[in-house]
Write a protein that binds this ligand. Structure first.
Ligand code: ADP
Ligand code: MG
Ligand code: MG
Ligand code: MG
Length: 399
């Protein structure tokens, strides 16, 4: 059942024709709802005759998966504004926005149907050699330019206001930072993994304390404008191009958040291949994932320094030692977020196909415990992984 206020496929065709000059007036349009996410409705509209097409993404006032989650449709404005901003800061890395409608809460954008969602591609063990360079560029260009390093502090505060996103932040606060770390009723733990979770996660007070510190850091550290939901299901790829979609969770938070989320999701793909492929195929794919993580982190660091040198306007940020201090903090936050994501996708309600598609029970249990072991290590020892190779050594070191 569709929600109230959400257009039908036929209504979308009428809407698009009445609102945009994109298609010929006489064009015969076909529309299909193709959304597969948790929150929104995504319509694909195509004119077969001219081969022109576009996407309409519409937000309702509750989540698509469950009306338990009340989520302001204002997230659609936030998604539109950040897509436009990212499009100027990191040209070519996001879909083009054609139109925004604050009454219908929908955004009309470039159709990327010729691309593949990265999670799906990685489950098929496909490799994208330029991916890590693309993602590190996207992250550095969007983060550094929205931080107090570069922006006039008053302008930055205006952006903080405009990207205040309380309801979607609350989802992250609950599902990432809180519920997975105690026996909350909404958790969904696989039977084989449960003893490990009870003993090593819920039974560890030291871990609980660190997650509390991290939650308060997330609540209070308005450092840079984040994507906020940058998992491998929010990235479209071709062999030569990368586009980031679905930034409705955007807000001002710790600059390491997005890269940490990415690292964890690359680890899910790595672990998945460990149980679903073998021999040379597995070796090649796992080497590719490790190289991607290493390049992502090391290029992020290098590009961050270059962007800082080229763009920083805050004089005290140029005091000797400051940039090193700042960047070390960003990477430490990233490792912590990678740890949280590794745990919450196993324990919490929002799962990843990388793990749930492992059909053998013993294999799935082992895969999940691998993720939890790494996740816990990353949370507790988050200051110790400053380079790409220190992270990949940790991944290789887990049984
Ligand atoms: P949600 O916020 O509900 O997760 P997404 O923005 O992630 O929605 O979109 C859900 C799905 O819709 C994507 O996985 C993708 O298949 C499709 N989709 C979204 N945006 C586009 C686009 N610009 N071009 C083509 N397909 C898209
Ligand atoms: Mg999505
Ligand atoms: Mg989603
Ligand atoms: Mg979304």
């Amino acid at each position: 059942m569709t929600q109230e206020g959400i257009m039908t496929e036929t209504e979308v065709i009428t809407y698009v024709k009445a609102t945009l000059d994109f298609f010929d007036e006489t064009a015969e349009l076909a529309c299909t709802e193709i959304g597969d996410g948790n929150l929104n409705y995504v319509f694909h509209v195509v004119d077969q005759a001219s081969d022109r097409s576009l996407i309409v993404k519409q937000a309702g006032s509750v989540a698509r998966i469950s009306d338990e989650f009340i989520v302001s449709p204002d997230r659609n404005r936030i998604e539109t504004e950040i897509l436009r901003l990212q499009g100027t800061l990191a040209p070519g890395y996001v879909p083009e926005v054609y139109h925004y409608d604050g009454e219908k809460n929908c955004v009309v954008m470039e159709d990327l149907s010729d691309y593949t969602i990265l999670r799906k591609a990685l489950l098929e063990q496909r490799q994208f050699p330029e991916l890590a360079e693309h993602l590190s560029t996207f992250l550095v260009e969007t983060l550094v330019s929205t931080s107090d390093l570069v922006l006039n502090h008053k302008e930055k505060k205006e952006l903080v206001k405009s990207f205040t996103n309380p309801e979607l932040c609350e989802i992250t606060e609950d599902l990432v930072y809180t519920e997975p770390f105690f026996p909350h009723p909404r958790n969904d733990v696989f039977a084989g993994t449960r003893p490990y979770v009870e003993q090593e996660i819920w039974g560890d007070n030291r871990l609980a304390l660190e997650t509390a510190k991290l939650k308060f850091h997330f609540l209070t550290h308005a450092q840079a404008l984040l994507h906020g939901d940058l998992h491998t299901g929010s990235i479209f790829v071709t062999p030569t191009e990368t586009k980031v979609i679905d930034p409705e969770f955007a807000f001002y938070g710790p600059a390491g958040y997005d890269i940490g989320n990415l690292i964890a999701n690359f680890i899910f793909a790595y672990v998945h291949s460990g149980y679903t492929s073998e021999g040379a195929e597995q070796e090649s794919f796992q080497a590719y994932i490790l190289e991607t993580i290493e390049t992502l982190v090391d290029s992020f660091r290098t590009k961050f320094v270059l962007a800082f040198e080229a763009k920083a306007t805050e004089p005290v940020a140029r005091y000797e030692g400051f940039l090193e201090h700042y960047l070390a903090g960003v990477v430490e936050d990233a490792i912590a977020v990678a740890g949280l994501e590794l745990c919450r996708r196993v324990i919490g309600i929002a799962k990843v196909a990388d793990l749930t598609s492992i059909t053998d029970e013993q294999a799935r249990t082992e895969a999940e415990i691998t993720c939890l072991t790494l996740g816990k290590t990353f949370i507790l020892e988050r200051a110790n992984y400053q380079t790409g190779s220190s992270i990949t050594d940790a991944i290789k070191g887990v049984p």
